[in-house]
Design a protein around this ligand. Structure first.
Ligand code: SF4
Ligand code: SF4
Length: 413
């Protein structure tokens, strides 16, 4: 229990304004269980029953309640894991400042500790505990993948000096990535390496502590969250990097940049930034030259919840996209009011909640379709998968791309 959780549990006045913020409710307006305050109240009732004095003295008066058996706990699990992507859109629109997503995460953490947790969240958390990365990539696979990405890039660019350094000390920055880049999309590492080379950058990946993603954010397990973030901080300290640059990942950025040191209880003063901020600086400083004619298709930008709403990065990706794309167009709503890709909060790993996720994704599908864009760009690997599911399910004529990909394509020379 923290001050933020306690005040969010106590401050709700049940005005119902959060309803219209939630894509679950917007897609299912006749279902009151989709309203954020209803979801939070399933946790709030337990808080009242065991902590709040009115609930302990007169439980019936304040609707206090405590789970009696596994069935009650499983029902609570379905609410907090299955009907909320922890997008925090309701949080931003609550006049009382109630952070419903924080309440949801708090309940997830308690259920995780009790072992009442969706199998997908359990499996990925276990892999991250055991191997230090969420896709259980072995050290050999990590090294071999980086090696062949480097060789292919050198051959393609006819430049044997292009490097993907690992564990190089005293660089300007340590680059940390999402394991999806090693396992499913190594192109993004190649794009980054080529751009860093063009900018004359001094950078390195670490041998250990390279995964900046964090299932502790999704499961509510602060122990896991703090340990994973510490791995990154320790790698940067060990290699004496001057700052940490985080590749395109929403929850990984938020966990590493804002939450990790609190979960771990460590002092982390090394500067950290998203790679999109790094790209924005390169363009401003003229360190890379681009030509927007190389990206002629209409492109829109999807703000990742953890990047825009929870981390405040909104203008940097737009500045970059306007420089490298000939036809950039906003979706509505956008920036901190954007709708979730529908796969946030770990939902992509929870197959049992997929039918509901895709049903409520009709809000996202309508928003994407209205742009008329052929490409939707996002700076989050999780959103790539979430949006790809929406596009496929609703048969949209669109493709998902990332900022590094468009900048790489737009580079001159
Ligand atoms: S969470 Fe905020 S917006 Fe929602 S009912 Fe409570 S006070 Fe109103
Ligand atoms: S955090 Fe997002 S998905 Fe969860 S209740 Fe709030 S608006 Fe709905």
């Amino acid at each position: 229990m923290t001050r933020q959780i306690a005040s969010s549990l106590a401050a709700c006045v049940h005005c119902g304004r959060c309803a219209e913020s939630c894509h679950y409710y917007l897609a299912r307006p006749d279902d009151p269980t989709m309203i954020p305050v209803w979801k939070a109240d399933q946790v709030r009732r337990i808080f009242k029953r065991y902590v709040d004095w009115t609930g302990r003295v007169v439980p019936g008066w304040v609707n206090a309640w405590g789970p009696a058996d596994d069935d009650d706990l499983n029902r609570l699990k379905d609410v907090v894991f299955g009907t909320c992507s922890a997008c925090r859109r309701c949080t931003l629109n609550c006049p009382m400042g109630v952070d419903t997503a924080l309440i949801i995460r708090f309940a997830r953490g308690i259920l995780t500790e009790l072992g009442i947790v969706p199998e997908g969240i359990f499996n990925v958390s276990r892999d991250q505990w055991e191997t230090g990365n969420q896709m259980a990539v072995s050290e050999v696979d990590y090294g071999e993948t980086l090696q062949w990405v480097k060789q292919e890039l050198q051959a393609e660019m006819k430049d044997s000096a292009i490097d993907i350094p690992v564990d190089k000390p005293d660089c300007d920055f340590l680059y940390v990535i999402n394991p999806r880049e090693i396992k499913f999309d190594p192109r993004s590492i190649a794009h980054a390496a080529r751009i860093f080379r063009a900018a004359g950058e001094s950078w390195t990946l670490p041998q250990k502590g390279w995964d900046m993603t964090n299932f502790g954010l999704y499961s509510g397990d602060d122990g896991l969250g703090g340990w994973l973030a510490s791995n990154v901080y320790e790698a940067a300290a060990r290699l004496r990097a001057k700052r940490i640059v985080i590749s395109e990942c929403g929850h990984g950025y938020r966990s590493t940049r804002w939450e990790g040191f609190n979960w771990a209880g460590v002092d982390q003063s090394l500067p950290m930034e998203s790679v999109v901020v790094t790209l924005d600086h390169y363009l401003k400083e003229g360190r890379i030259k681009v030509d927007k004619a190389k990206n002629p298709e209409p492109v829109t930008f999807h703000d990742s919840c953890n990047i825009a709403r929870s981390s405040g990065i909104v203008e940097e990706p737009r500045r970059v996209l306007r420089r490298v794309c000939a036809d950039f167009r906003e979706m509505t709503p956008n920036r901190t009011e954007n709708y979730c890709c529908t796969g946030g909060g770990g939902l992509l790993s929870m197959q049992e909640y997929r039918p509901l996720r895709l049903e409520v994704a009709k809000i996202k599908a309508e928003q994407l379709r209205a742009t008329g864009a052929k490409l939707v760009c996002t700076m989050c690997h999780n959103c790539v998968d979430g949006l790809s599911d929406v596009i496929k399910h609703y048969k949209l004529d669109m493709k998902v791309v990332q900022v590094l990909e468009l900048v790489n394509k737009g580079i001159r020379g």
